[in-house]
Design a protein. Structure first.
Lengths: 296, 189
């Protein structure tokens, strides 16, 4: 094994072009487990910790450019207002020790269906900034996950950052597991209200071969909210609408039975989380509406 | 490969390090510092917790080459680290020899006659050590939390220690110990 230590992003791209099998390591919370257990013996290990700007973020007009290695701890501390869904998801990642090292770039690189960041990214709307010596491109998050632990990266590409849309409404994240810390999601659900476009977006984790959106459920809810004038009148969402939305979210799952849970449990739990996160975010939207518009 | 980094305030050099080796292995097997414990090797248990540039991490998940030029504090250097923090004296650190020979030279039941950090003394006084395997990781994690948050709530303590597993105590004595350390820290100010 060779240990590559690029001191800059350009050096890292050159090294990855020369050695496309090189495994990038940043927080190491996935890669080192595989090496410790002898599940993986990469020819080249490429340390990205010396590239400082991977740990930086910029808050722009419409989105946050989040460096691939910004640890979850920083997201929780500094980006709660801009990226509430991702901050909530970050808080459920493993333990403080892991959150101090791991970041969204690693979650995307590993592309496990159980990665905690994915539902939040899908719900908020995001693009993954990847680059190789051939050039840079942005991959929409919906096109990023291509299979179980597979993503749209070419062998010579590295993840540099993720551009996440700034929240324009309430966002929620929910995760099922046996305790609050150190849990790989049995299943997870992210939901974001986007009042500006009058749409709702979702993200489902650990209940299909890849993280997915419940698109049929979103379309149904968008139409129902529009039809009932809910965005304007701020009424409580009709229970039958919430139930139909939850059922459609369950139907969007394609889960398996495994040690963490059964397929039918996952489908059920996703429905419950869908209804709850919709209620939480909608109550928060109604509350904010009352405050800003002063309606009695 | 060779790795140069700072351990407990002193520059160290580890030779013949395999490229896929963890920081934990380097500390234990190359530098002779077995205080950080090796249990799960997958970041689940926290018994290998050390501070890397001040931040608590699982040393089993840090590749050795990643610590080049960086600073590590292990449980062997915790007493010295805590002393320097409290009196803001000149950093002198713990030599490798002293760290390797670190043991409770006085009474290991009461901690008397041994230089301990306040959190170590609190663990002894509260009876928070049973088999002791999880203790080093808990000490490093608890010490860092008390540095950041001198008046933690129970929820804060549980959150800070949520990545450290203990299979003996049921955590109640550990909670007592951290509360005790926080209370003593408050009195001292």
């Amino acid at each position: 094994m060779d240990f590559l230590r690029p001191a800059s992003w350009e050096e890292a791209l050159a090294a990855k072009a020369e050695h496309p099998t090189a495994v990038p390591i940043a927080g190491g919370t996935d890669v080192m487990v595989e090496i410790n257990f002898d599940h993986r013996r990469p020819e080249y290990l490429m340390d990205l910790n010396r590239i400082g700007d991977l740990c930086e973020w910029e808050v722009g007009e419409d989105s946050v450019r989040l460096g691939a290695s910004v640890p979850y701890t920083k997201i929780m501390e500094h980006l709660r207002a801009e990226l509430p869904g991702l901050a909530l998801a970050s808080h459920t990642v493993a333990s403080p020790q892991i959150r101090n090292r791991g970041g969204v770039g690693g979650n995307l690189g590993t592309a496990s269906p159980a990665g905690d960041a994915h539902p939040a990214l899908l719900a908020a709307g995001a693009e993954v900034e990847v680059e190789s010596v051939r050039g840079a491109r942005r991959i929409p998050i919906d096109a990023f996950y291509t299979g179980v632990k597979r993503n749209a990266l070419a062998p010579d590409e590295l993840i540099r950052a993720v551009h996440v849309k700034k929240a324009d409404g309430p966002q929620q994240f929910s995760k099922v597991g046996t305790r609050n810390a150190m849990v790989i999601a049995v299943c997870a659900f992210g939901l974001a209200l986007h009042p500006r476009t009058r749409t709702v977006r979702t993200g489902i984790g650990s209940a299909a071969p890849t993280p997915v959106r419940a698109k049929t459920a979103e379309e149904f809810l968008n139409a129902a909210l529009e039809e009932g004038g809910f965005w304007d009148n701020g009424k409580i969402i009709t229970p039958s609408v919430a139930k139909q939305f939850a059922d459609l979210c369950s139907a969007a799952c394609n889960p398996i039975d495994d040690v963490r849970g059964t397929a039918s449990y996952r489908r059920h739990a996703v429905g419950v989380m869908a209804r709850r996160t919709l209620t939480w975010t909608w109550e928060s939207y109604r509350g904010a509406r009352r405050t800003t518009e002063g309606a009695a | 490969m060779r790795v140069n980094f700072t351990v407990n305030g002193r520059p160290q050099e580890a030779d013949d390090v395999w490229e896929g080796e963890s920081l934990l292995y380097v500390l234990r097997e190359r530098l002779g510092l077995p205080g950080s414990k090796n249990a799960c090797e997958q970041g689940e248990c926290g018994s290998c917790t050390v501070r890397l540039d001040g931040v608590p991490v699982c040393s089993c998940l840090v590749a050795a080459g990643q610590v080049e030029g960086r600073e590590v504090v292990t449980v062997e250097g915790l007493a010295d680290y805590a002393r320097q923090r409290s009196c803001a004296s000149d950093a002198c650190g713990t030599s490798l020899q002293n760290a390797q020979q670190w043991e409770a030279t006085g009474d290991s039941q009461t901690g008397e006659g041994t230089e301990l950090s306040p959190v170590q003394q609190a663990f002894i006084d509260a009876g928070a050590v049973q088999c002791g395997f999880c203790t080093p990781g808990l000490l490093v994690a608890a010490d860092e939390m008390l540095e950041r948050n001198p008046t933690p709530t129970d929820a804060d303590i549980r959150e800070a220690l949520s990545g450290n597993l203990c299979r003996c105590t049921g955590y109640e004595k550990i909670m007592d110990a951290v509360r005790l350390a926080a209370a003593r820290q408050g009195e001292a100010v």
